[in-house]
Design a protein around this ligand. Structure first.
Ligand SMILES: NC(=O)NC(NC(N)=O)C(=O)[O-]
Length: 371
């Protein structure tokens, strides 16, 4: 694992001006993966032992945390994060919290998967961030209640051991645990505030669920699809094109910078597993003066297979969902959308089903990751 920067210690008290001017962060190698704790994917902070100063749900807000130095409420300073009360010891002789004292929050991942990295963001928590944090993971099928998750029969695996963190900083941790997780427990030792939680990883879907679906979107992030590479990410990520639901504004889609050459832009995807594609949707919702002019779609079977064009270069309309039925099913493990010359699309849907090989591969991966 590559060494990534770690931050410790207080940040300076807020002194006015841009509250992010002294924010400590870094480029983490794992942010190429999807955020499995994204609300858009269906994640939630389902319980916490204490949220006296600020509510647990703020942890998963997609926007970066805000800070208003003048904003106070009945409980104290209004903070954009999850913040617990200060713990006290049991007596005047020992007024401090014990080494075991800690606060916890339970997080349901939006899609189960393998976790590659976690960011515990303490933005604006300058003198009230946790002394240390730890993160554990578990895999529980169905929709367990907080009480069930806290039961003695649930096995938790350490993803981030108890580690000191810094105030007003993006505290990143690489995770190397080859298991599929459905829920996390985030611990603050002994107490404090965390602004945001990001959990980067690879979706590993339930093969039984996909097998009964029949026809489904074999490139959708929630089903285990992934945007592997793209020609340009200037305005917004390529992974937006395989997010759930339709775009609600322009930057919910994928938009490239204006090209000034004779080339074109593209995205390469890894499908859920080997699939048979029968229909395609290309949506340009909210892309009007910058919608892709034309698009084509190709598939590749295996990392080294030849690319086969399955949708020839086709004119697209701005702010429109386009539907195409393929003349014959197309088999592949990867797909590529080429847009001409540049601009963007908001969503790509590839409807079909897993081949027998694809289904077997998915079942084997699900099993090897703990089932
Ligand atoms: N100035 C503070 O933020 N104080 C307290 N926190 C809030 N949110 O008021 C505390 O005890 O950490």
């Amino acid at each position: 694992m590559t060494a990534i920067p770690s931050f410790t210690g207080d940040a300076h008290p807020y002194g006015g001006g841009d509250p992010y001017a002294d924010y400590r962060t870094a480029d983490f190698p794992f942010t190429q993966y999807a955020d499995l704790a994204a609300r858009q994917l269906g994640a939630g902070v389902i319980a916490a032992n204490d949220e006296f100063f600020a509510q647990r749900e703020n942890l998963l807000l997609p926007e970066r945390a805000e800070f208003d130095p003048e904003h106070f409420g009945h409980k104290g300073k209004i903070m954009d994060g999850w913040e617990t009360r200060r713990r006290r010891g049991a007596s005047a002789e020992h007024p401090w919290p014990t080494a075991e004292d800690h606060d916890w929050a339970l997080v349901r991942l939006g899609a189960p998967g393998v976790i590659r990295g976690i960011v515990v963001d303490t933005a604006h928590f300058r003198g009230n961030y946790p002394q240390a944090v730890s993160v554990e993971g578990t895999s529980v099928a169905g929709s367990p209640s907080p009480e069930e998750l806290l039961g003695d029969d649930v096995k938790w695996t350490t993803l981030v051991p108890r580690t000191p963190v810094g105030g007003h900083a993006a505290n990143g941790f690489e995770v190397a645990v080859e298991q599929r997780f459905t829920h996390l427990r985030v611990n603050q030792h002994p107490d404090g505030g965390i602004a945001r939680l990001r959990v980067y990883g690879e979706v590993v879907p339930d093969p039984e669920w996909l097998s009964v679906l029949g026809t489904f979107d074999v490139v959708a992030l929630e089903n285990g699809g992934r945007a592997e590479d793209a020609s340009n990410l200037f305005y917004s990520p390529a992974s937006n094109t395989i997010q759930p639901g339709r775009s609600r504004k322009m930057d919910d889609g994928w938009e490239t910078r204006r090209r000034r050459d004779q080339g074109n832009d593209w995205i390469r995807y890894r499908l859920v597993a080997q699939s048979q594609i029968r229909a395609i949707e290309i949506d340009t919702a909210y892309l009007k003066g910058n919608s892709a002019g034309w698009a084509s779609v190709s598939v590749q079977d295996g990392e080294t297979g030849a690319w086969q064009e399955i949708l020839p270069r086709t004119r697209l309309q701005p702010d429109t969902n386009h539907r195409f039925v393929l003349p014959a099913p197309a088999i592949g493990t990867h797909a590529r959308v080429d847009i001409f010359p540049d601009g963007g699309i908001s969503r790509l849907r590839l409807f079909g089903s897993l081949t027998e090989t694809g289904a077997a591969t998915l079942r084997a991966r699900h099993q090897e990751l703990g089932g």
